[in-house]
Design a binder for this molecule. Sequence first.
Ligand SMILES: N[C@@H](CCC(=O)N[C@@H](CS)C(=O)NCC(=O)O)C(=O)O
Length: 211
Amino acid sequence: MYVVVGLVGTRLTRVTWMLEELGQPYDILNVRPRSEVMNSYNPSGKVPALIDKHGKRDLVVVDSAAICTYLADRHPEKNMSAEPGSAERAQIDSFLHFAQSELEAPLWCKAKHRFILPKELRIWEIGAACAYEFDLAVASLEKRLENREFAVGERMTAADVLLGHTGMWAKKARFEVKSAPVRDYFSRMLARPALARASAREDEFSDRGGI
Ligand SMILES: N[C@@H](CCC(=O)N[C@@H](CS)C(=O)NCC(=O)O)C(=O)O
């Protein structure tokens, strides 16, 4: 049994989406970043964390990409990752890192300067630089996807969850996606029934985050 800890409507959705794709039952403990409960699961106080209650002791995993990789590895029969050391695994991991360090980074940078940082540290004009970097990342993604349906292979993997969620974030934050193939890819990912189920579960909570 899994418990997803953190605020719904944030990167936590990557974890609920992944669990829905894997068909695994889970509970959600809806707590705000940097709250006492969140700090007890993640030293940075950031959301999300996953508690895996399968063993003798609870295992806590933090960082959304690591959680998605862990879940894919725990359920290899669902084929959402690949054997460590294989070419496919290297590609999946590469997309997971790309999603965070290139595609997500400008979205997060802008969000920090709008809502997160202490007011005196916020730079309003950062938005233009973030949009510029996001355009570069989208152009790279278009090349990397080569018009495939999924990021790697013929099926949905953890990489698609991370990329798809970041596409959803870009839409909410009104970043323009200046690539038709990438827009189509995001649309396909956001139409996944598993994401709709994850959103419905999260809708049970009124306290939501913005991304
Ligand atoms: N690398 C982490 C980043 C987690 C993160 O920054 N989460 C945001 C919400 S989506 C958060 O907790 N922000 C609160 C803060 O930075 O104070 C992950 O992917 O899980």
